[in-house]
Design a protein around this ligand. Structure first.
Ligand code: ATP
Ligand code: PH2
Length: 873
């Protein structure tokens, strides 16, 4: 039994300059190709037997050829690119056919998406097309253009309806495989019996009664009764596509349903084989293969080859002519059927006397489709032969249905597993926001509600001897009246008509009833966000951001003017005069540098903590060594509460002002709430989940109260000039109040990065999560370990733009963050903003379609990227 003659390469990526937009031609972007090579019959078997690379196709050469095409001459369409890739692959002599998918994950769309892809199939011989599957044959052979391609935008629910499983490449990839597998006869099943063609009969049978086979007997009858008087098939271009529903009877529908039900899971083994058998049989029928002669599945591959029947045979393993024909001349080329006589198997080898064209399934098992046996309908002399025993139609039908159900179940399990993986790190929404103001429920876990004002109030009380460690936190509704007032927007809408993350206390205690409350519709509408979208709450697209006046340099002429750049040269910025950066901006929370609480006086040098507060020390006991792998997991239930810290009986925070003056300001806790701004981003792994997780963890962190979460931005990666292109980032900004010292806050940031599996490989390298402190009240610092404000924030649209949407009293040099964003060099790299990103299900889980494996720490990994370099110091 031979194995399927396919070789598959996935994710062959290179920068290309294809596209219609001038910016695409100028800047280029990442394209990637998946190619499945359908090899000439016997190739892999011979290679396996000989262990000789000369007997097969050298996939490294194929990879190079594909990448050369991607990197090569620009074309407008990915369809064209796919065709060129296919032709380059067909130039390899062992390759009979190829399926090519071109992905363009950075396509300049204005909506969130994972990928745009085109798939097409090309073959030098019709057999190759049959190998690729009757579906592909349908697309190629039954449509006007053999160059027809299958296009898909995945991850966009409105288009593909596959959002539940999109975004996970293994699933989307499997889905494609399922679709293909479900309808494909195997290469081996064809090759095994040889590429035989009809010798004498050019008549074809056309199925013109698609409903005639509802009864299984009808199908059997049909399979043995071919109308030899049927006219020849129309030319290629005049044929119509063969829809699944037109296949005989319920069987075909079951097969189709199986493929659809498979969803995100690959159809493998028997199910694929079963489907293949049915579909191939049907296609063969459609192609008029029951011609009274040696109709066989093999003939399906050669259906149009009758005209060339007198051509001399070509040995199966003769080096095929490198494909030079274009898609347009493919049909004619195929009709010449240069390999029509090719038959590496003798007639003796071919199963004789089989009467059914249905694939025999009784030998099928999980070892896969190669065990499908194909039988010619008639003997060579045209005499109908007694049917060999085979499973009844009902049996086959039941088997297909069962397999389809199993596949569907597997797909569902995969999807559930995926969803669980995505959401496992974050608390469920109702867990997170369990309490409801309307219902008057108390917050279940008071540690979730961390109001910095209460922190200081409580701390002061403790200092005065009024607090007690066991003192309950103040109720959530004890927020300041001013915050309450903010519930009503300018238009006088009802409280909760929109929710501002500014009100963290309320966020924790009042918003549980309706997740929609978390969507700032008011802001969204005011921003004019994507009015054509069904749910205009979700995105601020590039164009509309411009319309908002945030990008005065854009000419407003659409994507051509606004197409994102993927790579920004930052040499100038790096060499720029940082001193030109204006002094740090105005503060609405005047901060007197706090007296460090000696109990929390961290000694970073020795990485030991001085003091007695075990709970807060627990939080920071694994203080930052960027190169040190931390295995501590963040367990919310063990997270110390702010009350524990501030009601520590040893607390002398207020009394130690004088001593504190001599300490490092970065280690001082503020006596009052200090506003901070964090920038979060990542571009590999499950970034969306990582960012959400980080937000939730911050909410759970004692001494931190979040006051605003900015929209999520998809941004082109800003890289160093010599760096490889990277996937887009997802970026956001978080504003909060804290009672922690700047370095304590930094430790929290680093902890979040560690928890997200951040591994440093190179400066500005790909990362699962990056959390930077953009500013901390009025603190300025040029310390390498904590430079404040962040020295590069003022030139980063990926920080400034989300920040400009957040509510923060802080600014850089008093300048409007939106204005700074407008002139930031990476401004055009901000592709879209998602306002309700914490809650919505409609976002891609990955910033771009192609999944790039996050770097993993290993012992040999060069951690040479020292902090000073990393920090650009
Ligand atoms: N404001 C700051 N926020 C975060 N880290 C800072 C800051 N200032 C200095 N650092 C130091 O920079 C070091 C490197 O940080 P990281 O690897 O996250 O850099 P990066 O985010 O890749 O680059 P960039 O700083 O340009 O954003 C950290 O270990 C940290 O001590
Ligand atoms: N788009 C984008 N590019 C980056 C980012 C980032 O967060 N977003 N962070 C970097 C280093 O911190 C380097 N480049």
């Amino acid at each position: 039994m031979s194995t399927p003659n396919t070789v598959t390469l996935r994710g062959l990526s290179a920068r290309g300059y294809h596209g219609v937009l001038p910016s695409e031609r100028a800047e280029g972007q990442i394209f990637s190709a998946d190619v499945t090579l359908f090899l000439e019959p016997g190739v892999l078997d011979r290679a396996a037997a000989s262990d000789d690379i000369a007997q097969t196709v050298d996939y490294s050469q194929v990879a190079n050829a594909v990448v050369d095409v991607i990197h090569g001459e620009p074309v407008n369409l990915i369809e064209t690119l796919a065709d060129r890739v296919a032709q380059s692959v067909l130039a390899f002599s062992a390759v009979a056919g190829v399926e090519v998918t071109i992905h363009k994950p950075q396509a300049p769309l204005e909506v969130a998406f994972d990928d745009v892809a085109v798939t097409l199939v090309r073959g030098r011989t019709l057999m190759a097309l049959a190998v690729a599957g009757p579906d592909q044959m349908g697309n190629l052979a039954f449509t006007a253009s053999p160059a027809s391609a299958l296009s898909a935008v995945s991850g966009l629910s409105a288009v593909s309806g596959l959002s539940a499983v999109s975004g996970l490449d293994t699933l989307t990839g499997a889905s494609a495989a399922a679709t293909s597998a479900a309808v494909a006869p195997t290469p081996s099943s064809l090759g095994e019996h040889g590429a035989h063609r009809s010798e004498t009969d050019e008549q074809v049978a056309i199925i013109d009664e698609p409903d005639a086979f509802a009864d299984p007997d009808d199908l059997d009858d049909y399979l043995t009764e071919v109308d030899e008087d049927q006219p020849a098939p129309p030319p290629w271009g005049e044929r119509s596509q063969l829809p699944v529903d037109d296949l005989p009877g319920d069987f075909a529908k079951a097969a189709g349903a199986g493929a659809v039900a498979a969803g995100g899971a690959a159809l493998t083994g028997a199910a694929a084989a079963a489907d293949s058998a049915v579909r191939a049989g049907s296609s063969a029928e459609q192609d008029g293969l029951f011609d009274g002669q040696a109709g066989s599945a093999d003939d399906a591959a050669y259906a149009p080859g009758h005209a060339a029947e007198s051509e001399p045979a070509a040995p199966a393993d003769a080096a095929p002519v490198p494909a030079q024909h274009s898609g347009e001349d493919f049909a004619a080329h195929s009709e010449q059927d240069e390999y029509s006589e090719q038959d590496e198997y003798s007639d003796e080898q071919r199963p004789q006397g089989a009467a059914g064209f249905i694939g025999e399934l009784h030998n099928m098992d999980d070892s896969g489709p190669s065990q499908v046996h194909w039988h010619s309908l008639r003997t060579e002399d045209g005499e109908q032969q007694p049917q060999q025993p085979h499973h009844s139609f009902e049996e086959l039908q039941a088997q297909v249905a069962q397999e389809a159900a199993e596949v569907a179940a597997a797909a569902a399990a995969k999807e559930a597993e995926f969803n669980a993986a995505v959401t496992s790190a974050e608390p469920a929404a109702d867990e997170q926001y369990a309490a409801s103001a309307a219902s008057g429920e108390e917050e279940e876990d008071p540690t979730r509600l961390v109001n910095i004002n209460e922190v200081f109030h409580s701390e002061a009380s403790a200092a005065e001897g009024e607090g007690a460690p066991e003192e309950a936190p103040e109720p959530a509704d004890a927020v300041e009246p001013a915050a309450e007032a903010e519930h009503v927007d300018e238009a006088g809408q009802e409280e909760n008509a929109y929710v501002d993350f500014q009100e963290t206390a309320d966020l924790d205690t009042q918003q549980a009833e309706d997740d929609a409350d978390y969507v700032d519709y008011q802001d969204t509408v005011a921003l004019g966000t994507n009015p054509e979208a069904e749910d205009n709450s979700e995105y601020v697209d590039f164009q509309e951001t411009t319309a908002l006046g945030t990008n005065p340099q854009a000419d407003g002429q659409g994507l051509a003017a606004q197409a994102p750049a993927d790579h920004f040269t930052t040499t100038e910025l790096e060499g720029g005069d940082q001193s030109a950066m204006p002094p740090y901006g105005h503060h609405h929370h005047p901060v007197t540098q706090a007296t460090p609480h000696e109990a929390f006086d961290f000694n970073y040098e020795q990485d030991t903590m001085v003091g007695s507060n075990s709970l807060i020390s627990e939080l920071f006991d694994n203080r930052r060594d960027p190169w040190q792998d931390t295995s501590n997991s963040w367990v919310a239930s063990q997270t110390p509460t702010w009350q524990d810290a501030y009601t520590d009986p040893t607390s002398q925070l207020e009394q130690n002002d004088a001593a504190n003056q001599s300490g490092d300001p970065l280690d001082r806790r503020p006596p009052h709430a200090a506003e901070f701004v964090l920038s979060l981003g990542g571009n590999v792994g499950g970034v969306l989940a990582a960012l959400r997780d980080a937000v939730h963890k911050l909410q759970d962190t004692p001494g931190i109260e979040l006051t605003d979460v900015a929209p999520l931005a998809r941004t082109a990666a800003v890289t160093l000039p010599d760096q490889e292109p990277q996937p887009d980032y997802l970026n956001t900004v978080i504003v909060g109040l804290t009672g922690l010292s700047p370095r304590e806050l930094l430790a929290v940031c680093h902890r979040l990065e560690d928890e997200a599996g951040r591994v440093r490989t190179e400066r500005w390298g790909i990362r699962t999560l990056d959390v930077d402190i953009i500013c901390y009240e009025g603190v300025t610092s040029d310390a390498p370990d904590l430079t404040l404000p962040h020295p590069r924030a003022h030139e980063r649209a990926f920080v400034l733009l989300p920040w400009s949407f957040a509510d923060s009293e802080l600014s850089l040099d008093g300048q409007d963050t939106a204005q700074l964003a407008d002139v930031a060099p990476d401004r055009d790299g901000v592709r879209w903003l998602a306002l309700d990103w914490l809650e919505t299900d409609n976002l891609p889980t990955l910033p771009t379609g192609q999944y790039i494996e996050p770097p993993y720490a290993d012992e040999d990994s060069d951690s040479s990227e020292d902090q000073s370099q990393d920090n650009g110091q």
